[in-house]
Design a protein around this ligand. Sequence first.
Ligand code: GLN
Length: 476
Amino acid sequence: MTKPNEMTIVEAARALRAREISVRELWDACAAVAAKRNPELNAYLELFPADEAAISTAQKRIDSEGNAAPMLCGIPLAMKDNILIEGKIASAASKMLENYRATYDATVVTKLKDAGALFLGRTNMDEFAMGSSTEHSAFGKTLNPIDTARVPGGSSGGSAAAVAAHLCVAALGTDTGGSIRQPAALCGLVGLKPTYGAVSRSGLIAMGSSLDQAGPLAKCVDDARIIFETIRGRDPLDSTTLSDDLYPARDVSEKVRIGIPRHLLTQGVDADLLVTFDAMLKKIEAEGHSVVDIELPTSSYALAAYYIVMPAEVSTNLARLDGMRYGYSVRGETLLEDYVRARTEGFGAETRRRILLGTFVLSSGYIDAYYHKAEAARAVLRKEYDKAFENVDVIAFPTTPSPAFKFGEKTDDPVAMYLEDVFTITANLTGMPALSVPMGQVKREGKQLPVGIHFTAPHQAENVLFSIGKAVEGSE
Ligand code: GLN
């Protein structure tokens, strides 16, 4: 039998119902491996003690409801450190919020608790979700369990490492420009960024409010779907959430038409990664799905637009963290010094860089030249994607240009780090759902490293993503 902590949600739910394992045994298996391996990997910033009441309630529910109990009942999950769990610290991996204890549950947490899920701990991340390697955490780096000399990706790198090393069954991350999908790809997992508004943002520590979504990092497509279905839905606490009945049911048995923007793949993508990508397309085609070339000319401006819109929103969202209203507090000689010291000492270098950039692009005199232009580019991008979706069901490219990179490789060159996001950010700018699924491995220095294939679908077409994701899974 697979070790309990190595099971998928689907496998664990079945084993729990068949009484092959108990909720307690599943929790203990995850907690024991987490306690053993976390000192090395630093996937978790904190491991929570067992919640005996929640464990026994989940067991009773499975005993009495059997198959009618939610799939997540009794399943131990890891939570990114920017998602509020009442009574627990949520620091967003920042010194600024090191001691901040949440006073309420994020809506996603409420929904997971209602389904009977358990929480193993909070996971490491780039500070305030800014980064692609988890190296920007104020609390040390997280190692990629597949090759510990390499980054797990970011910003949800702790969640990805925790799932990949089986220190939990699945995890939640957040994605503003790729932070679920890119670490999923680099750790060999499935990652979903839902349609903007599909999942409530209430109780997430905001990065870019028009871009952020929470979503699953999981061992398989079915697990990602189960978590998505549990956490999604209209929420009175987040006015940007979509109405439940707007959500169209898609026929997932249909063959999928896949659009490939070849012109975007010519530069910067590792040659062997492209070979793996084409081989995967061939396999999916052999199953009856069709592949066509498409053009997305404005996509080449997406990265630039993102690195204007996102810092603008970051600078606004983080303004409240001033050591007076919220966060790390120090006193200087004057009021101004209080603010300057709190924000200089409380925030790391990357966070300060983005606040400065955001303040600049929003300042009078520059707002038209930068912020409004980027917003305009965003509108064009969305139109271009809508148009492409008249002829195809999904758009595919590799999730990242390369496999996991080594520690320190990109920390001195912010633009090199930003280029990690070149394929993932458009889904956030357009609000469309996107899924990364493992598509194979490429070899670096004698090690096989996982790489992912990325699909974008029209708004609210997550079902199509799950369908094509399963086709990839079946042919890997
Ligand atoms: N890597 C991207 C960035 O640094 C995306 C971050 C995210 O999705 N939270 O902004």
